[in-house]
Design a protein around this ligand. Sequence first.
Ligand SMILES: Nc1ncnc2c1ncn2[C@@H]1O[C@H](COP(=O)(O)OP(=O)(O)OP(=O)(O)O)[C@@H](O)[C@H]1O
Length: 333
Amino acid sequence: MSEDAIVFAQDLTKHYQVALKEESLLATLRHFFFREYRLVRAVEGVSLAIAPGEVVGFLGPNGAGKTSTLKMLTGLLHPTKGTARVAGHVPWRREKAFLKKITLVMGNKQQLVWDLPAMDTFRLNAAIYEIPEGEFRKRVGELAEMLALEGKLHQPVRKLSLGERMKAELLAALLHRPEVLFLDEPTLGLDVNAQVAVRDFLKEYNRRYGATILLTSHYMADIAALCPRVLVIHQGRLLYDGALEGLLERFAPYREVGLTLKSPLPKEALRAFGEVREVEGREARLLVPRERLMERVAEILKRLPVEDLEVKEPPLEEVIARVFQEGHVEEPR
Ligand SMILES: Nc1ncnc2c1ncn2[C@@H]1O[C@H](COP(=O)(O)OP(=O)(O)OP(=O)(O)O)[C@@H](O)[C@H]1O
């Protein structure tokens, strides 16, 4: 085990037993006496170690096992198998000292009371976490400033915009100044401005307090902005644990060539130069294997009426989609 890891898991596994049930009355009666079960292998032998202060992205398609993993690491679920230690505790013992060191924010769940001002929930949390009054005021002031939430905390939560509500949720979840933040889709459904605000806040929070963050998000911009390291989970198993750039190298051994042509060309005319991803008017996007990039670019410039050419990494969304679709990636021609 990595001695200095603040989040550590070995062979963490969660299987759910789901009762199978058919619709007919007979089936319901039969079900009563002879229940049949199906095993859902939600998390399958996940091992990981995260050092204090790291910000790690946790990626996976729907149903991959992210939430189940986060629930085990925060002690909401007992694992079927495996061990974990978070901030020096076994999470599922749910010791008070442990709960003071962690927080879990789920973008689709809300702890703020809808009809009350956010400040009322903050006060409740201050009592639960035994935060003295002076310290409480200081922290609310500091966090409200970082989140640009001043003036929003005394009106009923239902009057806040979605972005403000999410920021207030974060404030409530961070009031006890946890060392480890587990964030499940913290930017879910937010507009781009609010997404950027939450992202910038998390970056600043990590820098200022050295908090460790494990974060899931479907928005790759969040991951690219925040997470130097990513874990990729698929069907309950970790497929990748390493640098974000490494993920691109390993799963996207190609570059994207963006072209602006002097006049539009049909897709067929571009096929000889790479995998055609998109053609719209005079604009086209091709995928080209990394090791053949120079040669292909030279050919394109020689043979096509190019006005402008740009070489980029392929969009992270596309790379991830390929990883999930195939468990590995087919190399483009
Ligand atoms: N309480 C439960 N009982 C039975 N099956 C469950 C339960 N919770 C989750 N599952 C199943 O376990 C698998 C993993 O679910 P989990 O919620 O951990 O995935 P996820 O990666 O968080 O997905 P999403 O991004 O959709 O939230 C899925 O097949 C899901 O249907």
